[in-house]
Design a protein around this ligand. Structure first.
Ligand SMILES: NC(=O)c1ccc[n+]([C@@H]2O[C@H](COP(=O)([O-])OP(=O)(O)OC[C@H]3O[C@@H](n4cnc5c(N)ncnc54)[C@H](OP(=O)(O)O)[C@@H]3O)[C@@H](O)[C@H]2O)c1
Length: 180
């Protein structure tokens, strides 16, 4: 009886939090080979400060290739179809969700950040591994480009927790919680 109580107390649920910046028309990038150069300093500062709170990071292969210098020093898991079993390269692990259970891999972490791009956000949403979303909307319209959630097949109800204006030009930071 006592043993069971201890086990219950130690059990934690991993929290998955996504960070994304979009244009007014909801695009995360114009092409998949370039790191966004249109986001504000205020968003970048918020993003970098926020990342300090996380034990692990999830990123899609395209985003990893555009941002390798920022990601390669972190405890990062890169989603890719190019491997079968996980491949470890320093602090970075390449994983294929087709062959491994992401829920099991991340169960030992308390807070996991999902840092994009569109395939990675959608993969995690589809697996019900998206608890919160910090969405920065920059005052720019592309009229083309990559969707925030790529090729999704279901709806996810979210609740808006806060809205913050980050600068004078009108960059908006929205904080959502998954209500599904
Ligand atoms: N504005 C923002 O907040 C933000 C955030 C992050 C990234 N970005 C930008 O977005 C662009 C990249 O985005 P993206 O939509 O192309 O996608 P991405 O999610 O970065 O990368 C897609 C790739 O990741 C792998 N992948 C993702 N999910 C997978 C799954 N379930 N199973 C197997 N492999 C999976 C695949 O790689 P393989 O081809 O190796 O199989 C896929 O081609 C870049 O320009 C990046 O800089 C913007």
């Amino acid at each position: 009886m006592v043993k069971m109580k201890i086990l219950k107390t130690n059990k934690h649920k991993t929290k998955f939090v996504a960070y994304a910046a979009t244009s007014i028309d909801g695009k995360i990038s114009i092409d998949n080979k370039k790191m966004p150069d249109w986001t504000s300093k205020e968003d970048w500062d918020f993003f970098q400060k926020s990342l300090m709170k996380f034990d692990a990071f999830i990123v899609g292969h395209n985003t990893y290739l555009t941002s390798e210098k920022y990601i390669s020093k972190r405890n990062a898991f890169v989603l890719t179809s190019k491997v079968k079993m996980p491949i470890v390269d320093g602090s970075v692990t390449f994983v294929n969700p087709k062959y491994i259970n992401l829920k099991t891999i991340f169960s030992k972490y308390k807070k996991v950040a999902i840092v994009g791009g569109g395939y990675a956000y959608e993969t995690m949403r589809n697996l019900d591994m998206l608890d919160e979303l910090f969405l920065t909307i920059e005052p720019i319209i592309f009229g083309r480009g990559l969707e925030l959630f790529h090729d999704g097949k279901k709806n996810t109800k979210m609740k808006l927790l806060s809205v913050k204006k980050l600068n004078i030009k009108g960059t908006i930071l929205l904080h959502y919680k998954n209500e599904s």
